[in-house]
Unconditional design. Structure first.
Length: 796
């Protein structure tokens, strides 16, 4: 770590550590300590030398955390990217973002199994999908590189979704919620002990809600960003012998919504290029027609988004002895999605006919993505040397392949009345006398194969000092088959098929354009950690870790790079955790980190030449630096009143950018999403969350009544590079959420709650597309407005 390069971080961390160590005494652990599985075994949160945020089942319910984007509200170092809608959220921790079509930098695990892959690694997979957050024991957010104990290697961190496990009690609940935007939600869970050695848990989550984006075009759905899903889950635990347990989870979810499209926010009133000269005036006219912040114009008559997935997870645990455990985790699942949308939210006309800048349609009888994923993990856990040595070792294998070749149609500068019948014309081409508009038909199939061998051990040198070492070897292979053709219309409604990579080749049969691309990588990663407990309830630690994220391929990219190499990060971290009880109870945790990031996978936008579509390339940018401080604290100054505080300081910088070669006949420039010398995208410098909860001092016969308020401030952050758009900065936001919970009403099995998010109805932007300089207008995504409602739960 360069000396003096993180002076702010060191000063803040040193001051906090000195304060903690100088504290004369701390009480013994209390009964309500949080238990986590961040190191694949159950441990007290305050004893784990990792920066972790935990949301309990009660917090998930009280704070109305229902989708992936809600998690970030309560974890300052975690940001979510919902550019493709709330069902397609990806995560970033400490500035480690996930670009579309890449492996996740933050892996999401459900019941110790990483989320299903989607074709090409698109953002609709690899995350917390619709219905995944109901009936959970807790959510654990782990910050920093993961890999020496987990299935996939990641550079940013991991999110663990821990489902409620079947118990030996006959119990359950039914819960109903209603709210504005016609919110309706029904949950039902029942737990049944089938025998002394068999336990079953069944659950269902069904939610609908109107969209908050009003479509004023009269084309397609009346609103967008709606919610409509059902999720089902069945869990079965069998005690095959006193030392052998088999735990199976089967889950299914289906989401059927109108999708999500952005809003045109500004236009170039003095365009200079050919494409911008055509598009900018039309964008300006559309902007005048949609003055409302939540008003959009959809030009896609078939707009929709459908996501369907199912997964079976089987975990067998054998307690071979008091000091040795063998665990096998096997999983198989399938993921499918269909999506029709206008990428830039345009509803243009040309010579009186509908005119699309860039659209996306799933082909007939096909999907945008359809992929199966199989994974197998064998894990060994043991204790030796009179429990002074605690160790784990494991083997991980994952195979993911396409469920058939998938096909999409992308009309570009075309007027189409029936895209599936190729009833299209090229009005711009007719005007200038050469082909301009076309349909890009991308047919692709992807196969992923990953292998990991890992081991980690903690040795207790003394009662106060412990040292941990971990190592992993990863081997990854990605293969992509791309059959990309351009469909031209020199004569209206008469298609001409050519290969996109060679227009001289006729492509009535798309296989004539087939190109197979393979990317392989193998890397070791490791972890070294030293922790010290000066007193029982204080933990100090120092850690160094090497992180790795696999490379990949984009089989549909034509004219831009189709492969990218793996990225790596060296992370240095100092941390302290302290818990205390007595008259004032609580905890204080702090972590300071420095990341030396090389070969970073970054998205760059290709500025098209006339007649070509804009495209994105995944590139290895060079070097970046990420440093910061995280603080989490909880304080109960008086009985019934608790304050939870989270703060994240993040300082990121792109230090170098090495652009790859590109086809100058298709693109005029390649613009990365970050600028050399500037911050990385979606990395606000300061973010703070403060939650206050007050529980009324009333008799238990009345129930338990609590009021909660959460304030979240997020600094402004870069969403798109200045070279791409003049409005690429998301302004700072200040959001307020409120909740009222009355549990065990009148001492009975009835719970009642009221909730509201964005109470002040702040109008803010969640995304910026970065299309201004290439298209002559900019598209943005409005953030969620005020939402409120109530729910009732009946327990039995």
């Amino acid at each position: 770590m360069p000396k003096g390069s993180i002076l702010k971080v060191e000063l803040l961390a040193s001051a906090a550590l000195a304060t903690i160590v100088s504290t004369p005494a701390f009480a013994q652990a209390t009964n309500d300590d949080i238990v986590v599985t961040a190191r694949r075994v159950e441990e007290r949160l305050q004893d784990v030398p990792i920066s972790i945020t935990v949301l309990s089942s009660q917090q998930i319910a009280n704070r109305n955390i229902v989708n992936a984007g809600d998690i970030g509200t309560y974890v300052p170092s975690l940001t979510s990217n919902s550019r493709f809608g709330p069902e397609n959220t990806s995560f970033a921790i400490r500035g480690f973002t996930q670009e579309a079509q890449t492996a996740p930098s933050v892996a999401v695990y459900f019941a110790d199994v990483s989320a299903l892959r989607s074709q090409g690694g698109t953002q609709s997979g690899n995350g917390a999908g619709p219905g995944s957050l109901f009936d959970l024991q807790n959510i654990q957010v782990l910050k920093g590189p993961q890999g020496t104990l987990f299935g996939r290697n990641t550079t940013g961190g991991a999110i663990l979704l821990v489902p409620q496990k079947p118990t030996s009690e006959l119990e359950g609940y039914v819960e109903g919620s209603v709210g504005n935007y016609a919110l309706r939600r029904l949950q039902a869970v029942i737990n049944v002990p089938l025998a002394d050695t068999a336990r079953l848990r069944l659950g269902m989550d069904r939610q609908t809600r109107d969209g908050f984006l009003e479509n004023t075009s009269g084309i397609g759905p009346k609103d967008f960003n709606n919610v409509d899903y059902i999720a089902l889950r069945a869990s079965l635990v069998l005690d095959l012998t006193p030392d052998l347990e088999n735990y199976t989870i089967a889950s299914y979810s289906k989401s059927d919504t109108n999708g999500y499209i952005p809003k045109i926010a500004t236009c170039n009133t003095a365009p200079t290029g050919f494409s911008t000269g055509i598009l900018a005036p039309r964008a300006c006219a559309q902007l005048d027609r949609t003055p409302g912040f939540y008003q959009i114009e959809n030009g896609n008559p078939l707009a929709m988004q459908k996501i369907e997935q199912w997964q079976a997870i089987n975990t067998t645990t054998w307690l071979a002895s008091d000091t040795f455990t063998v665990k096998n985790i096997a999983s198989y699942g399938e993921f499918r999605t269909r999506n029709n949308t206008n990428l830039f939210g345009d509803n243009f006309t040309f010579a009186g006919a509908p005119f699309t800048y860039v659209g996306v349609y799933a082909d007939k009888d096909s999907y945008n993505a359809a992929q199966y994923t199989f994974s197998e993990e064998v894990q060994l856990q043991g204790r030796s040397a009179n429990d002074a040595l605690i160790w784990q070792a494991g083997f991980f294998y994952e195979n993911s392949d396409t469920l058939g070749i998938q096909s999409t149609l992308s009309p570009i500068l075309l007027a189409c009345t029936d895209i599936y019948a190729f009833q299209c014309s090229d009005p711009v081409g007719a005007l200038i006398g050469r082909a301009t508009g076309n349909i890009q038909n991308s047919q692709s199939a992807y196969k992923f194969e990953s292998l990991g061998l890992y081991a980690q051990a903690t040795y207790k040198l003394t009662d106060q000092f412990s040292v941990t070492g971990g190592i992993r070897y990863s081997k990854d292979r990605v293969e992509g088959l791309g059959q990309v053709r351009r469909i031209l219309f020199p004569t209206p409604n008469v298609p001409v098929f050519v290969c996109a990579n060679n227009p001289t080749i006729s492509a009535v049969d798309a296989s004539a354009c087939a190109v197979t691309t393979v990317q392989k990588s193998s890397k070791p990663t490791w972890l070294i950690d030293i922790d010290y407990k000066p007193v029982d309830d204080v933990l100090l630690y120092a850690k160094y870790a090497r992180g790795y994220r696999q490379g990949g391929v984009n089989a549909s990219n034509v004219g831009l790079g189709s492969t990218w190499q793996p990225e790596k990060v060296d992370t240095y971290e100092l941390g302290a955790k302290a818990s205390f009880s007595g008259a004032v109870r609580g905890y204080f945790n702090i972590a300071a980190f420095y990341n030396d990031f090389s070969n970073q996978i970054l998205q760059a936008n290709g500025v098209p030449t006339p007649g070509n579509s804009p495209a994105t390339a995944l590139i290895n940018a060079g070097k970046s630096r990420i440093r910061g401080v995280e603080v989490e604290a909880s304080l109960t100054p008086v009985q019934g009143l608790t304050f939870d505080v989270g703060y994240a300081y993040l300082d990121t910088k792109l230090q170098s950018f090495n652009p790859p070669a590109f086809d100058p006949t298709r693109f005029t420039a390649l613009i990365p999403t970050a600028t050399v010398g500037g911050p990385l995208t979606l990395s606000p410098k300061n973010r703070v969350t403060v939650t206050g909860t007050y529980t009324l001092p009333i008799d238990s016969s009345i129930g338990k009544i609590s009021f909660g308020a959460t304030f979240t401030h997020t600094d402004s952050q870069i969403a798109a590079a200045p070279a791409a758009t003049p409005i690429g900065v998301l302004p700072a936001t200040d959001l307020l959420n409120l909740n009222l919970n009355w549990n065990s009403v009148a001492g009975g099995p009835l719970d009642f709650a009221l909730f509201a998010t964005n109470v002040t109805n702040e109008k803010y932007l969640a995304i910026v597309g970065g299309s201004y300089n290439s298209a002559g207008f900019e598209s943005v995504g409005p953030g969620q407005p005020r939402m409120y409602g109530g729910r009732v739960r009946v327990r039995f």
